[in-house]
Write a protein that binds this ligand. Structure first.
Ligand code: ZN
Length: 254
């Protein structure tokens, strides 16, 4: 049976590890050692490495993993990741036969210029694009691109499990409450996620349905969000891309 477990790296990164009784695949191994330790402890053989984008805290451990395990490395075709062996982009499929899973690759530029997501087995591995109750910063892309990328993800089924790259949820909820103080689903989420963190557990995965109900970056057409953004801007905008850009700017300064 396929299980998905978080292996912690650095301060707040998760290396999502898909595993069965014998094999594992890892998503975004920014560090090798925690992954090597986990594989050794659980007596698992590494079958594949999947990368969502080129930032060092997502790919920095790949070279060291390859010294110990000769496995295919999937990642975005148009980003500088020297350790890739299987460059992929939107529309491609990635299968890991050892785990019996297949993923569709989605192009979701914005955080970086060719960021990709992997969607399969009811799960979405979206790196630093969609976060629990937030979204990634625009380092290489435009607000238009990021808005379109998030919109693409939001069209996946509501019960899709969201596995993002960092544990930023409580800080993101703090900001989301400033944008949408009257959102009851957001308050419920805060209570639950605070409890999870106090128990030392990840707040992830969330579901897309939950993100659509609470994540301000997916709610750029909600009247309450639009009103709040207009107060922040001191002007009147309603175009969702401009609303998105304003929320992103507001979050950067929050
Ligand atoms: Zn990143």
């Amino acid at each position: 049976m396929l299980e998905i477990v978080p292996v912690k790296a650095f301060k707040d990164n998760y290396v999502w590890t898909l595993r069965n009784a014998t094999h594992a695949a890892v998503v975004d191994p920014g560090e090798a050692q925690p992954v090597l330790d986990y594989l050794a402890r659980e007596k698992l053989e590494l079958a594949a490495i999947l990368a969502t984008h080129h930032h060092a805290d997502h790919v920095g451990g790949i070279a060291e993993l390859l010294q110990r395990h000769r496995v295919p490395v999937y990642g975005p075709r148009n980003e500088p990741i020297p350790t890739l062996t299987q460059p992929v982009s939107g529309g491609d499929k990635v299968s890991v036969p050892e785990l019996g899973v297949e993923f569709s690759v989605l192009d979701i530029p914005g955080h970086t210029r060719a960021h990709i997501a992997y969607y399969g087995a009811g799960s979405l591995f979206c790196g630093d694009t969609l976060f629990a109750c937030g979204c990634g910063r625009l380092f290489e892309g435009t607000a238009e691109q990021m808005y379109a990328s998030l919109d693409k993800l939001a069209r996946l089924p509501d019960d899709t499990k969201v596995y993002c790259g960092h544990e930023y949820t409580l800080a993101n909820i703090g900001f989301a409450k400033a944008v949408e103080p009257g959102n009851a689903a957001l308050r419920k989420r805060e209570t639950r996620d605070r409890g999870l963190r106090e128990a030392g557990r990840p707040t992830l995965p969330s579901t897309l349905g939950e993100e659509k109900a609470t994540n301000p970056f997916l709610r750029c057409q909600e009247p309450a969000v639009v009103d709040s953004v207009n107060k922040y801007l001191g002007s009147r905008v309603s175009d969702p891309v401009r609303v998105f850009a304003a929320i992103r700017d507001w979050k950067n300064k929050f």
